[in-house]
Ligand binder design. Structure first.
Ligand code: FES
Length: 203
């Protein structure tokens, strides 16, 4: 961070944030700006939502060094040097299992709380691959949803956990790698591939 200056009486600073793995420059920003404001208004990461602005609703949740954090409460200058993840990282261009499960089970609501809920659930599933319904409810107790009952979020989390577990036991490319490692007899299909079917292309 460069030395704060005070043009016109407002202390400003220039600093760099690491957002979704990329360095982002912030210049001449008032040092009192929240991380949520800087993400949304200066850097264009608008998926984290501005709900209450005082740490009560969870809509602005991002991950800082893997920990769910209310971005409305953190001065952006204090986030320099921390790894920040926003919902965009997990939904663009392809939704991850959490985003997909939330869309399937909680898509009937207005959607305002879902980005923050998703970040909270990713942190939960990173430390507990099979959380109980009680653990899911407790984890989401700081998130306000006016549209849907908690059961929808329990169902979404359980489905996401199932998909993630399947992905861990069958990492992408594993079958292809196994197949490539098998000896291939000329004139015969590769192991695991039916006659007349190319690898990875359903007949
Ligand atoms: Fe940050 Fe509500 S906007 S908790």
């Amino acid at each position: 961070m460069s030395e704060p200056t005070e043009p016109g009486g407002w202390a400003t600073a220039c600093y760099e944030l690491a957002v979704n793995g990329s360095p982002q420059q912030v210049t001449d920003a008032w040092i009192g700006e929240s991380l949520l404001f800087v993400l949304r208004e200066r850097l264009g990461f608008t998926a984290a939502k501005d709900g209450c602005g005082e740490g009560e609703c969870g809509a602005c949740t991002v991950l800082m060094d893997g920990q769910p954090t209310a971005a409305c409460l953190v001065p952006a200058v204090a986030a320099e040097g921390r790894a920040i993840e926003t919902p965009e990282l997990h939904a663009v261009p392809q939704p991850d299992p959490v985003a997909a499960a939330l869309a399937a089970h909680a898509g009937a609501g207005c959607g305002f709380c879902l980005p923050g809920v998703g970040m909270e659930l990713r942190a939960l599933l990173a430390r507990n691959g099979k959380p109980s319904a009680a653990a899911i409810r407790e984890t989401l107790s700081g998130h306000r949803c006016r549209c849907l009952p908690p059961e929808r979020f329990v169902a979404a989390t359980t489905e996401a956990a199932r998909v993630l577990a399947r992905g861990r036991s069958h990492p992408p490319g594993q079958l292809a790698a196994q197949t490539a490692a098998q000896p291939h007899i000329p004139g015969q299909a590769h192991p695991g591939v039916r006659e007349g079917e190319q690898a990875g292309v359903p007949a």
